[in-house]
Structures are given as structure tokens and as C-alpha cells.
Design a protein around this ligand. Sequence first.
Ligand SMILES: NC(=O)c1ccc[n+]([C@@H]2O[C@H](COP(=O)([O-])OP(=O)(O)OC[C@H]3O[C@@H](n4cnc5c(N)ncnc54)[C@H](O)[C@@H]3O)[C@@H](O)[C@H]2O)c1
Length: 350
Amino acid sequence: MKGKKYGVGIVGFGGIATACHMPGWQKLDDIEIFGAVDSSGKARKTAKEEFNIPHVFDDYRKLLEIKDIDIIDICTPNTSHFPITIASLKAGKHVICEKPLAVSVKEVEGMIKEAKKAGRKLMAAQPQRFRKDSAAVKKMIDAGDFGEIYHAVAYAMRRRGVPCRDTFIKKALSGGGPMFDIGVHILDLTYWFMGCPKVHSVKGVSCTKLAKRTDIRGAWGEWDRKSYDVEDFATGYIRFADGRTIFLSCSFLANMEKMEDFSTNLYGTEAGLRWPEGKIYTEKKGVLQDIEIRFDSLPNITPHHEEIRAFLECVKKDREVPVKPEESLEVIKILEGIYKSAETGKEVVF
Ligand SMILES: NC(=O)c1ccc[n+]([C@@H]2O[C@H](COP(=O)([O-])OP(=O)(O)OC[C@H]3O[C@@H](n4cnc5c(N)ncnc54)[C@H](O)[C@@H]3O)[C@@H](O)[C@H]2O)c1
């Protein structure tokens, strides 16, 4: 296989590809970026002129014809993840795909089936798992420091943080609002902290309360009020087969104290934890204790780069990927379940 180099092709050359994925791939010695695809001429120009990528196309099918490409990195809007992943797997490529892996359970199931059939790796990019504070907490959880984590409260709430691009506010592209954009991050992390249990049922609400209003201003610029057709708030109560629970809330626009609350609170039989602050709450020898973890003593890492490096290692050594697609399936089950429950007003039981 072409000396020791692995060929990479990137589909979707916008924000996340240029800011996070490209620098991540460029750090690695044993890869070569052969191609990039984008439907926008401006993005293709960036790929060619700023990043010197040799093969740049407007259609991902052309990229898949390049034999030297082993890995396809999908950085397009959410609703295109499914068709691009399926075509890439069918072409014999390994796939790392931006979050959410896809926008429905049916799509994720199809992707898992295709990956198995093709014998290729498939992984959702979930960089929160690769943060140094997350990795440290996960080690403590797995060592039993918190006992049984029987409940979690997870927030991905912003006061005035609508990402203004169509990629995030048009359902035809995003598949959903803050739940698919930022809720998926905190849910995946919390779910992983809890050991990835099987989902039993979900009850939820989603609504659009502020995003259509012209008197509400964005801290990150203005969005097209007419195009905006996703929720701006969603909340869900998730019950796992083993009886444990998560309460999740997500918003782009909420009247709240901070500009952002991206956190998870774990409640365990031995101790509780607030992440990312690293505050532990426990009782020892009859005395309540609040303990602070010093994450700053750990070496600095870039989560997006770590996830790319970890994915490549799995491709090279034919190992199971660290974010298993079956885990992403449960996460998407929850998110889809919240939308379904919001529509029907009923609990969705799986
Ligand atoms: N992990 C993270 O922290 C993080 C952060 C931001 C975005 N994302 C995810 O990354 C993906 C892209 O987000 P972004 O911020 O880069 O969006 P973006 O709008 O900046 O870029 C998307 C690019 O894809 C191109 N595109 C759209 N459809 C295409 C198609 N069918 N074929 C080829 N190119 C196509 C667009 O022209 C655009 O250049 C989304 O799934 C999003 O959820 C992840």
C-alpha cells in the first residue's frame, strides 16, 4: 500500500474542515491528503490555493474513484452524511464523519450495515471524548471513583448563540436545531461517561420560541429569520434499560445568566461530578467533601487532532474505533426519540 502513507480525501471544505480537520491530518506523518470536494467554488479555491490539495472536485463521486484514497473524512452538513458515507464505504474507503453521524436511526443502521459488509471502519467525530478533562474523568469513572452513576443532567445551552450558516438553521441541511448541533456533543459525552447503556425510552419537547423574532439579536451575527425552520430549544428525559436516567436540555437562544452552559452533572453512589469544572462532591468518614480536579496539570492536546489520530491508528492496526457506531446509534435514537415524542406528546419506547 503506497509505501507507508494513507490517502485521505475530505468532503465538505467549510468551517470545521479547514479549522480543525485539515490541521489534524497535517500533523500526521503517515498520511497524504489527495483530494477535497465542495459544492462551493470559493471553498474549492481555498482547498487548491491555500491548502495545495492536488485533486479538488465539485462532486464526491469523483473523489471516490481515486484508488490512493483510503479514508474519506466527511465534513458536509448533517443530512448529506448518510449518502456520502454509504457511497464511500461501497467504494472501499474507511469513513470518519462529522457529528451527528446521521439524522435518523434508519440512516445510522444502514451505515453500520454497510461498514460491516465492506469491512471498513466507520466513526463519528465526537471530539468532546478526546478532551484531556474528559479522558481523565472517564478513567476515574472506570476505576469506580463515582460508584454507580445513576443519573445525569446535561446542558448544551446558549444565551444568544445561533450559528448563522444555513448548515445549522435549515432543517433540509441540518436535520434539526441545537439538539443535533450541540446537544449531540454533550449527550454523547454523558452517555460515554455512563458506560454506553442501552436506551429504553425517551420523552421530550422541542420548540422554537425566540429564533423567529427580529427583536432578538445574535451574539455571533444575524441569521435569516425566514430560513430558520429548526427548534431553538429542546429537552428530553432518557431512561436506559438498566433504569438509569439522563435529563438533557439544549438551546441556541435562552434567557439565562451565562452566555453558554455546556456541562454535565453526574450523580453517582460514591460521588458526584460537575464537568468541565472538575468539581467532585462526596462524603468521607461522615464529612462532606468538595474536591477540585486540576486538569491543568495534564499535557495540552487538541481534541479534534486526537480523534483523527485515534481513528488513523484503528485503520492502521485494524482495531475497533473509539467512538463505536453502535454507540452513535443509541445517541441518534435518543435525539430522534425526543423529536418524535415532541410531535406526539407521548413517551417513545424502543
Ligand atoms: N465537531 C465539532 O465541534 C463541529 C463544529 C462545527 C461543525 N461540525 C459539523 O461539521 C459539519 C459541517 O459543519 P461546518 O461548520 O464545517 O459547516 P460549513 O457550512 O462551514 O461547511 C460545510 C461545507 O460543505 C459544503 N457542502 C455542502 N453540501 C455538500 C455536498 N453535498 N458535497 C460537497 N460539499 C458540500 C458547503 O459548501 C460548505 O463549504 C456538520 O455536520 C457539523 O455538525 C462539527
